[in-house]
Design a protein around this ligand. Structure first.
Ligand code: C2E
Ligand code: CA
Ligand code: CA
Ligand code: CA
Length: 280
């Protein structure tokens, strides 16, 4: 039994070392991925639950790794967030998303389809973020109201005056701000009192638990009511089932995103999708 325990321990150690080495290799490869042009974006529709029209798209990062092929953010974002690498990568994603959105047909609509971009706390803390946003918008010609920034609750924790000021400044130019993964972080709700926001993105864990019990449905109902009182639009993430769609709509959730409507797609496909799903 003792030998067996030792064998298991060794296997565990080996697996651990393999994983650590893998992370180190990814960290090194991340440094050159941007200059080598290995990143690209996909766009997932955000849909009005009442009538099914697409109002915008979330930009999602992908990495075309030279040997491992296409990697999803779950495999590398955390590593990029550990260093300053995320700043350059995130700013690239912002610029690429805005450039793509500027090429989408929009009829005579001014603020749709919009593009929603994930922003890391480190991008804010690096300084000059608002100027970067303004410059990217000016170069592309995209109206500010067709850009939404998705930030997480952790960014709003602590009383970081600089972050609040940047957000207020961005909103003054017409850019909208969404709180991402609502309810999954160290929710302090406190920030809702003084941080100017436009949209609350209800995390997928709430959407997927919605139809499992009355208790879960009541919780989501409460969050949507809270959002309405704070005059925030709600976007439910990870809508996969018609039953989730129906219940969300009945609870007053305005918008949804998920495989039920569409998977993330290329910029070109998103442009075509916008034309055929604009409604009216
Ligand atoms: P997120 O912001 O919560 O993005 C939504 C994730 O849910 C995406 O995964 C999307 O593909 C996935 N998803 C959408 N609909 C469904 C559905 O119906 N069912 C299920 N099971 N999943 C669905 P993805 O693309 O792998 O992105 C993962 C996370 O990576 C994102 O989570 C976001 O936090 C981060 N991320 C993505 N792009 C960027 C970026 O440009 N910058 C930064 N800082 N983070 C990014
Ligand atoms: Ca997001
Ligand atoms: Ca999210
Ligand atoms: Ca999420």
């Amino acid at each position: 039994a003792k030998a067996e325990g030792k064998g298991r321990w060794l296997r565990y150690r080996q697996e651990h070392e393999v994983r650590a080495a893998e992370r180190m290799r990814l960290r090194a490869a991340l440094e050159t991925a941007l200059p080598h042009g290995e990143f690209f974006l996909e766009f997932q529709p955000i849909v009005a639950l009442a009538d099914g029209r697409t109002v915008g798209f979330e930009a999602l990062l992908r990495w075309n790794h030279p040997t491992r092929g296409r990697l999803m953010p779950g495999e590398f974002i955390e590593i990029a967030e550990e260093s300053q690498a995320i700043v350059a990568i995130g700013n690239w994603a912002l610029s690429a998303a805005v450039t793509a959105a500027a090429a989408w047909p929009h009829g005579d609509a001014r603020c749709t389809p919009y593009v929603s971009v994930n922003v890391s706390a480190r991008q804010f803390r690096a300084g000059g973020f608002t100027e970067h946003v303004r410059q990217v918008l000016a170069e592309s010609g995209l109206p500010a109201c067709r850009l939404m920034l998705e930030i997480t609750e952790t960014l709003l924790l602590g009383d970081d005056e600089q972050v609040w000021q940047d957000l207020a400044e961005l909103r003054q130019t017409g850019v909208r701000v969404a709180i991402d993964d609502f309810g999954t972080g160290y929710s302090a709700l406190n920030y809702l009192r003084h941080i100017p926001l436009d949209v609350l993105k209800l995390d997928r864990v709430f959407t997927s638990s919605l139809t499992t019990s009355q208790r879960q449905a009541d919780l989501v109902d409460g969050i949507i009511t809270l959002a309405q009182k704070m005059r925030l639009d709600t976007v439910a993430e990870g809508v996969e089932l018609p039953g989730e769609h129906d219940l969300l709509r009945r609870l007053g959730c305005g918008y949804g995103q998920g495989y039920l409507f569409a998977r993330p797609m290329s910029a070109e496909a998103a442009g075509r999708w916008a034309t055929t799903h604009a409604g009216r």
